[in-house]
Design a protein around this ligand. Structure first.
Ligand code: GLN
Length: 517
């Protein structure tokens, strides 16, 4: 098997045994990026020289017998939502095209001190708003299994990078499904940690009460390895939780005894593709054969998940994104042109003695804000800002925002009640397999509905993992999801590992990896 096709865990063992160097591995990943990424377009930026320099430095330390961090020189790709000091961080937005953060996100700092080799920043939906990576301000990413289709999103580049074996690991973010959904659509494993498990410091905010950073990899074992490094309390993020981080990779191999898996009948209702339903049922059968007990549970308010999420997330986004006005932060429209335009307009109105027109005339600052935001943001981001601003405005605040918060509480209560009778909940991750690029662009609501099974975990603040469980007749990966109570990542990972030991769906790469085209 080629180097790049191996799992992070296998590669790490070889690095630590001196059978392969970080430089060789980093070069192999860069070659693979060179070979496939002109077609997949997972990366916004590849940092070849910096990655090679880091790899060499790690190899040198290893050669000298000096300590090497837990990731031992493994190449990692990072969603362009996490700040990297001195290097562009754009959130795939024209608004931040020239932003070079002066500091590293905590997760980036942890990756560096664990001796990861950051090979590049991956494409995403602008500000993580979307589910297909088509909302990127730069270009869409394609699904390595079928280049006419979306890899999902918003962490589409991060998922495609692992699926096309460009990096063994990547870091994504999940506000309403953006790790799990692309992992499901690309046939890899992705984990959304409990809210507060991973620091959000230095992560460009979308919806702060929902955003969480998490790992993507080929297997649960790989995801456990990366989670171990990035999780943990951070005094710089007041919402990060001061709880010890378990050694996920250590407990992984212990099979779960007497596992009670909750199944929600409503998951199998209207809108679920029958091939997906069959594959998820088959996954449940695998668990049964491994001794798990299936318990029927109810999440009666889950059906309001989409409506609730699409009020709360845009509200928070409209507030978080207010700072991008071209003055405080972000793209600034051409000031000289604006000032000239204003002067010409003023002169014209004065000449015409149009007092009403003069009263309406924007001042330069307002015009600058308006133009900068009009130029800097894409259509979906503008839509979210408008939705959120509307829902937060006087008179609507109680009817939309406060009501959504109340439903959020009910959804959380449902989970609390369900987890009294089961350890984890098993179900689909997406209603369908990867859709064609452009298929849902004209109808934002149809794209929002893809998040049916994922948004509730974010609303409740709990963890979830997506992993492959089969292939559709058209040759597209099908994933399923496990959700667990807050801070049960250990259980999620053990359950996912059990499944992957009993099955081999996660081991097949797409044809783009194995053919020479
Ligand atoms: N698809 C969802 C949205 O558009 C979730 C995005 C995310 O998790 N970042 O908001």
């Amino acid at each position: 098997m080629r180097l790049v096709e191996q799992t992070a865990t296998q590669l790490l063992a070889q690095l630590n045994a001196g059978e392969v160097t970080s430089l060789e591995l980093t070069r192999a990943c860069l070659d693979q990026i060179h070979r496939v990424d002109s077609r997949v377009k997972a990366f916004l930026r590849v940092r070849s020289d910096a990655a090679i320099a880091t790899a060499e430095e790690i190899d040198q330390r290893r050669k000298n017998g000096q300590p090497v961090g837990r990731l031992g020189g493994l190449p990692v790709a990072v969603k362009d939502l996490l700040c990297t000091a001195g290097e562009p961080t754009t959130a795939a937005s024209r608004m931040l095209e020239h932003f070079h953060p002066p500091y590293d996100a905590t997760v980036i700092a942890r990756l560096r001190s664990a001796d990861a080799v950051i090979v590049g920043k991956t494409n995403m939906d602008e500000f993580a708003m979307g589910g297909s990576t088509e909302n990127s301000g730069f270009f869409p990413t394609r699904n390595p299994w079928d280049l006419q289709r979306t890899p999902g999103g918003s962490s589409g580049g991060a998922a495609a990078s692992v699926a096309a074996r460009m990096t063994p690991l990547s870091v994504g973010s999940d506000t309403g499904g953006s790790i799990r959904q692309p992992a499901g659509l690309c046939g890899i494993t992705g984990l959304k940690p409990t809210y507060g498990r991973v620091s959000r410091y230095g992560v460009i905010a979308f919806a702060s009460s929902l955003d969480q950073i998490g790992p993507l990899g080929q297997t649960a074992e790989d995801v456990a390895l990366l989670l171990e490094v990035i999780a943990g309390h951070d005094p710089l993020d007041s919402t990060s939780v001061a709880r010890p981080v378990p050694r996920y990779t250590q407990s992984l191999r212990e099979p779960l005894k007497n596992l009670r898996l909750g199944v929600v009948q409503e998951h199998y209702g209207e809108g679920l593709n029958h091939e997906v339903a069959a594959a998820v049922r088959e996954a449940i059968n695998v668990y049964k054969s491994l001794g798990a007990r299936i318990v029927e549970i109810e999440l009666p308010h889950a059906r309001y998940g989409i409506a609730t999420y699409y009020v709360i997330a845009p509200c928070e986004a409209s507030s978080n994104l207010a700072r991008y006005d071209g003055v405080h932060y972000g793209h600034r429209a051409d000031e000289k042109r604006l000032i000239t335009e204003l002067a010409v307009e003023r002169a014209r109105l004065e000449q015409a003695s149009d007092q009403a027109g003069l009263d309406r005339l924007d001042n330069a600052l307002v015009k600058l804000y308006r133009r900068s935001r009009a130029e800097g943001f894409g259509a979906e981001v503008k839509r979210r800002i408008m939705l959120g601003t509307y829902a937060l405005s006087a008179g609507y605040y109680d009817a939309y925002y406060v009501r959504a918060l109340k439903v959020r509480r009910l959804i959380r209560n449902d989970y609390d009640a369900a987890f009294k009778s089961c350890d984890l909940i098993v179900g689909p991750v997406t209603p369908d397999t990867a859709f064609n690029l452009g298929e849902k662009s004209a109808d934002p609501l149809s794209l929002y509905l893809v998040d049916l099974y994922t948004v509730t975990a974010n609303l409740a603040g709990i963890g979830g993992i997506a992993l492959p469980c089969g292939m559709s007749k058209a040759g597209l990966p099908i994933g399923f999801q496990l959700q667990g109570p807050a801070f049960t990542e250990e259980t999620l990972l053990r359950a996912a590992y059990m499944f992957q030991q009993a099955t081999n769906g996660h081991q097949h790469p797409p044809a783009i990896v194995t053919t020479n085209a």
